[in-house]
Design a protein around this ligand. Structure first.
Ligand SMILES: NC(=O)c1ccc[n+]([C@@H]2O[C@H](COP(=O)([O-])OP(=O)(O)OC[C@H]3O[C@@H](n4cnc5c(N)ncnc54)[C@H](O)[C@@H]3O)[C@@H](O)[C@H]2O)c1
Length: 434
């Protein structure tokens, strides 16, 4: 007999990363017993001691849940057999030719199936192309002798976590769920209702998969649009930040996106290409996705040209200039370096002969670049030719930066925003804004 979902008391999370760990914590906080499984022994060892490596999950909270026995981290997949539901939160990167790499999802699904209790629910949370759950995962269930809707249940529910965002937690962010059968959906809905205020069911896993890709493509395309407009506005001598702020006074039909040095993270630079790849199977080219990709990939190159111009205006060359990059992570207040445009800036500026150092309170070292975060002292700022605000972590004291640096190139408009009274506020004479 299938287990009644309303009695699911133990949840397995496969993959304890930026998505899986906050999710595991949310279920444990809601009083469920959570078994978090990951291949990475070092991560599991740290978590099992109550040490979190993700900013959104404080170690104090984790340690309390671990010592209470509500949250366990393990590298032993057989522990998943105790779970009424297993949620798959593993990476979905791109391959060499920007094609979807589902290898992590496939191996996690094999692990789930090899350790699946009778009547248990499996939910894929990793972002992927519409059709993955039905066309890739469901046949694996059948091949393993499990009958969906009878002795196993399968659904897709996209994760919407926004690392560093304290306004929207898992609880407050509506959760979209699409099951393979009505009963699959019902079980997944009941499970997520234990941690989310709102669960939004859709009729198929494809709708749920598509909804996530629409969200990320929407962001990628709109960011590309303002990035292109920023380049144009610079040529026209128009302040793009002031113009966007003015546009956003329109109370309907507009929402602001802001320019920057490029896209980063595991989602927005990658997920739209899952859709573009899938579109080709339907004789379509997803031109918006490709165009947005081209514009956004160009932004670090454009930012470097603006940095070179700022140095040139002060009679200096990039070659030999002492350049201090502020913020290496891809977004403010997190330590995630994946696809970070700051790494590209570092590479490009180095190639042009700049002498680079960096400061990031969330990134202690960059082993591949042979650099460690330097202290942000007034002496160091004064002896630097150009300070670049690449990612505006709140912990960086911009007042000190502007006071002591000769030249600040602000790729995030953070100085005006924080010190100048607003997006279109005053720009100090030693600051150039993207
Ligand atoms: N990071 C975000 O902000 C975000 C937001 C929404 C959705 N997503 C999506 O969620 C998915 C996961 O992203 P993430 O950022 O959490 O990735 P991550 O790299 O932070 O974490 C993935 C974890 O899975 C583990 N893992 C890989 N293969 C495994 C396997 N076979 N068995 C067990 N563990 C395995 C890894 O060791 C790692 O700890 C991706 O599809 C991503 O697109 C991410």
């Amino acid at each position: 007999m299938p287990e009644n979902t309303n009695t699911i008391s133990t949840v397995g999370i496969i993959g304890l990363g930026y998505v899986g760990l906050p999710l595991a914590t949310a279920f444990a906080e809601a009083g469920l017993h959570v078994i978090g499984y990951d291949l990475a022994e070092d991560k599991v060892a740290a978590l099992a001691e109550g040490r979190s490596y993700i900013e959104d999950v404080p170690s104090a909270v984790l340690a309390r849940l671990v010592s209470a026995g509500t949250l366990e981290a393990t590298t032993d997949p057989t522990r998943l057999a105790d779970c009424g539901a297993q949620l798959i939160c593993v990476p979905t990167p791109l391959g060499e030719h920007r094609e979807p790499d589902l290898s992590y999802v496939l191996s996690a699904t094999e692990t789930a199936l090899a350790n699946l209790a009778p009547g248990a629910l499996v939910v894929l949370e990793s972002t992927t192309w519409p059709g993955t759950t039905r066309e890739v995962l469901a046949p694996m269930f059948e091949a393993a002798g499990r009958h969906i809707g009878e002795d196993a249940y399968l659904a897709f529910s996209p994760e919407r976590v926004d690392p560093g965002n304290i306004r929207w937690s898992i609880k407050e962010t509506p959760k979209v769920v699409g099951g393979l059968t009505t009963e699959c959906s019902r079980r997944a809905e009941a499970l997520y209702a234990t941690i989310c205020d709102t669960v939004h069911p859709v009729s198929t896993p494809e709708s749920a998969e598509m909804s996530k890709i629409i969200e990320n493509t929407f962001r990628a395309v709109n960011i590309a649009l303002v990035n292109e407009l920023a380049i144009l506005a610079d040529r026209m001598g128009v302040d793009i930040w002031e113009a966007i702020e003015a546009s956003s006074t329109k109370p309907f039909g507009f929402m602001p996106f802001w320019p920057g040095p490029g896209l980063g993270g595991h989602c927005i630079p990658i997920d739209p290409f899952y859709l573009a790849w899938r579109a080709r199977a339907f004789d379509m080219d997803s031109e918006f996705v490709e165009l947005a990709g081209r514009v956004n990939v160009n932004m670090p190159y454009y930012a470097v040209s603006r940095i070179a111009r700022s140095l040139n205006d002060r009679g200096k060359a990039v070659r030999g200039a002492k350049v201090l990059l502020l913020g290496m992570a891809y977004k403010a207040d997190v330590g995630d370096l994946r696809e970070s445009p700051s790494l590209k800036l570092l590479e490009l500026l180095r190639a042009e002969g700049a002498d680079i150092s960096y400061h990031d309170p969330h990134v202690a070292t960059l082993a591949d670049e042979g650099l460690s975060s330097v202290e942000l002292t007034s002496e160091r700022l004064a002896e630097t030719d150009c300070v670049i605000i690449a990612t505006a972590h709140m912990a960086i004291d911009l007042g000190t930066v502007v006071e002591h640096a000769d030249l600040v190139v602000d790729l995030r408009n953070a100085v005006r925003h924080r010190l100048g009274g607003g997006v279109a506020g005053a720009v100090p004479p030693n600051v150039d804004v993207l």
